[in-house]
Design a protein around this ligand. Sequence first.
Ligand code: NAD
Length: 356
Amino acid sequence: MKQFKTVLVTGGAGFIGSHVIRRLLKEHADMHVVNLDLLTYAGNLENLRDLESNERYAFIKGDIGDTALIQQLFDQHDFDAVVHLAAESHVDRSIENPMAFLETNIIGTATLLHAAKNAWLGDGKDASNRCFYHVSTDEVYGSLGAEGVFSEETPYDPRSPYSSSKASSDHLVRAWHHTYGLPIVISNCSNNYGAHQFPEKLIPLMIRNVRDQRPLPVYGEGLNIRDWLWVEDHASAIDTILHNGTSGRTYNIGGLNEWRNIDLVHALIREVDAAMGRPEGTSLALITFVTDRAGHDMRYAIDASRIESELGWQPSIQFEDGLKETVRWYLDNAEWMDSVTSGNYQQYYETMYGNR
Ligand SMILES: NC(=O)c1ccc[n+]([C@@H]2O[C@H](COP(=O)([O-])OP(=O)(O)OC[C@H]3O[C@@H](n4cnc5c(N)ncnc54)[C@H](O)[C@@H]3O)[C@@H](O)[C@H]2O)c1
């Protein structure tokens, strides 16, 4: 197992990044983490409130595309790993405003790669104990029909501005490995769910709207299929790959847990209604089918056998239990929900779904 002393985590104030930082600090007693995050609408320091007094943790507000800042951070800290999660992450927003996705996901990633190369390579330096880890998505592989799964050998076929920008950044990371010898790993993961996810994504959006008895916007006929993984299982997979993965290698991460959107919405209605003491089926009438997302990918499913056979990783939790726990967390943390939706969330929501 590799050891890392000082790790730069980008995007650590977001949904997955906050779980990754908490996991790394808990599992590795000697590790220091510097969290670089721009605090966009999706980043929230509330997600890391419990770590504020941890002396092995530091937060820096800044942009991964800011060359001078990134250079300064690499000069100041002898990072032996970068776990790169910072990104514009929502497909719908990428359809509305693709340029922000290209700036952060492509140029931002290249800026980090360039700084890591300058700091770690050349002049007889030994980079074998360093690692640049890019956290990516299964959406780079495109869309599946009724059969089949994405393996690490599946050709890239991204179809939205978001997935194209993530595919581009994956290619850049591999190019820095093949061209310059930068030690890298990449993982491509399916849809995550759990605490601290911004309520523009399906699960927290539906929990909030069932709670508040607002319409539940479902794209098309709700037949699109996603493979759902508990965010803490994603964090444990990232920890495993960072420490035990082979440099230059890609690992798919998934939950073997496919759900049609409409079935998931029904499950969430059941859970939230039950948790709020309402009779079963109370909120079914709130389901509102809306015009489908442009270019909506039909189905994603992951073959995660490589990470299981080579690194011994498996998801730890049954979806039904994870979903119950997730619903409980959002209902118990109404203040978090209210605070993250206090900005221009309502305006965004109306742009996407009309005044519902
Ligand atoms: N959510 C998923 O289901 C999922 C699945 C697979 C892979 N991923 C990938 O995991 C990563 C994290 O996803 P998430 O769901 O936690 O996203 P998120 O939107 O919740 O968080 C992204 C974080 O990045 C920060 N950020 C954005 N632009 C930045 C910039 N220019 N400089 C510095 N920080 C910036 C934001 O402030 C935010 O804290 C992304 O790279 C995403 O592509 C997500």
